[in-house]
Design a protein around this ligand. Structure first.
Ligand code: ATP
Ligand code: MG
Length: 455
């Protein structure tokens, strides 16, 4: 599975192409070099054999008749007079050519069976590495001479040494692996950056380093991020400005409405105006949640819950802090606080009460806000995060709201690198959880949640 993933990645494919390409061309180059080496060795051996025969003929040419006879019968030099009993296999053209270059015209070599040569002398060790030729030539006094010549023919086997191939293969594979990683890593960085950009437009720009193409891509990406940020800032500022500026005339309108004499009409108009003001407030809040660039800071989850619960319990509805976790996280404090405040406000609005708890499992903190209200139908769990979406149930529509609370809460959770999950509790009511993972540690003071609860 891991291998399949690797080979379908860009790095894996580059690795295969590099490995096959370099290994293939290295194998071809080495085979050609090996063939050339064999050809050179064969050539050198032929030249040496031709030299030996030439030297022998020169000595025999100048020697006295007695010495010549002795030289020809002796065979110590690996050359002696032919007996005529040799089994001739056929003319040896390469040796004949070499001999004609060294000795001159009129000399000829024929290959003979090794076993039919030097029958009187003991066979040399490694007999199979020797060959035998019958060479016929003419001495300067006109004597036609036929010689038995024994020569070395052993050659290295063709093919490459397996150990050499192993070392070469390992070296090339390592290099190909590193090169493929180097080539693919900027692409991976770019895709990670693009994914992170969707969550946080304020993320640090990509480092502009490396080869020209990578630097160019990073520069283009950073320019795109800056442009996107400026568009968003421009539009949210516009939204914030419009909603903000509308508040003053609306307040004036509210005051003027008091003067309407028909009391039924007045109260309807005041209700409508209240809805409009809520819409504006939420719109402003939504704009702010898009814009937030509050820095991350370490904070104690328990202290944060204290503050949130405290602020929310201002009215008559109870907010209970049911469990503490005794842990710290890294978060954007105000954004997280507003996110939880929205969840608590929903619990109070639709469930009549809110039970807040925090727990730590592995490296994750779950902050849960639970109520005892009607909950949300399972098929609407995702829809309630859409802007301006409200359930149509009579209970929900009886409560005032715009339909932005959960949208804002989700946005603020994402700003904290957290997730929001909703579920209907088995014992009734809705449970909203914020799952936080960034910089989770146990608090130094409250290492044990039990102790923390007791305090
Ligand atoms: N705790 C809850 N119990 C039951 N239904 C809920 C709960 N929280 C949210 N909902 C449903 O989800 C809808 C969307 O919630 P959201 O908070 O986004 O908007 P709202 O509460 O209607 O308006 P506001 O923008 O003022 O928060 C609500 O209208 C409500 O129908
Ligand atoms: Mg709400």
């Amino acid at each position: 599975m891991i291998l399949r993933r690797y080979f379908s990645s860009m790095a894996g494919r580059l690795f295969v192409v590099l490995l096959a390409g370099v290994l293939g061309s290295a194998a071809i180059a080495l085979t050609l070099a090996d063939a050339k080496r064999h050809e050179d060795l064969r050539r050198i051996r032929l030249d040496r054999l031709a030299d030996r025969i030439n030297d022998f003929l020169l000595v025999a040419d100048r020697a006295s008749e007695l010495l010549r006879a002795e030289l020809l019968s002796d065979g110590v030099t690996g050359i002696r007079r032919a007996t005529g009993t040799e089994e001739i296999r056929g003319p040896d053209l390469p040796l004949t050519t070499a001999l004609r270059e060294h000795v001159g015209r009129g000399i000829e070599a024929q290959l003979a069976a090794t076993t039919s040569c030097f029958t009187a002398t003991p066979r040399p060790l490694h007999d199979d590495q020797f060959a035998c030729w019958v060479v016929s030539g003419t001495l300067s006094d006109g004597e036609i001479i036929k010689l038995q010549v024994r020569g070395h023919v052993r050659s290295d086997p063709y093919g490459l040494n397996p150990l050499f191939i192993l070392v070469l293969g390992t070296g090339i594979a390592t290099l190909a692996f590193i090169a493929a990683r180097m080539a693919a890593s900027p692409l991976r960085d770019l895709s990670n950056a693009a994914r992170a950009l969707g969550r946080d437009l304020e993320r640090h720009p990509l480092p502009e380093r490396g080869p020209i193409e990578v630097r160019e891509a990073a520069r283009a990406f950073n320019a795109m991020q800056a442009r996107l940020r400026s568009y968003v800032v421009e539009r949210t500022q516009m939204l914030a400005a419009v909603t903000h500026d509308l508040q003053t005339p609306m307040t004036r309108l509210r005051l003027r409405l008091e003067k309407v004499e028909d009391s039924a009409l007045r109260s309807r108009l005041i209700d409508d105006l209240g809805t409009m003001q809520a819409l504006l407030r939420e719109g402003l809040d939504y704009a702010r949640s898009l814009e937030t660039n509050e820095p991350f800071a370490r904070l104690s989850v328990d202290s944060l819950l204290d503050v949130v619960a405290d602020e929310a319990s201002g009215g008559s509805s109870p907010v209970v802090l049911a469990q503490r976790c005794g842990c710290d996280i890294e978060a954007r404090p105000r954004a997280l606080q507003r996110c939880l405040a929205n969840l608590i406000s929903n619990a109070l609005k639709y469930g009549g009460s809110a039970e807040v708890s925090a727990s730590l499992t592995d490296d994750t903190v779950h902050i849960r806000v639970r109520d005892h209200g009607p909950g949300i139908p399972a098929d609407k769990m995702e829809l309630v995060f859409e802007p301006f979406f409200r359930l149509e149930s009579s209970a929900a529509s009886a409560v005032e709201g715009v339909g932005l609370g959960l949208t804002i809460a989700k946005m603020l959770a994402e700003k904290n690198e957290a997730e929001i999950c909703l579920r209907n509790h088995p014992e009734g009511g809705l449970e909203a959880s914020v799952v936080l993972k960034r910089g989770v540690t146990k608090s130094a003071v409250f290492a044990d949640p039990e102790t923390a609860m007791a305090m």
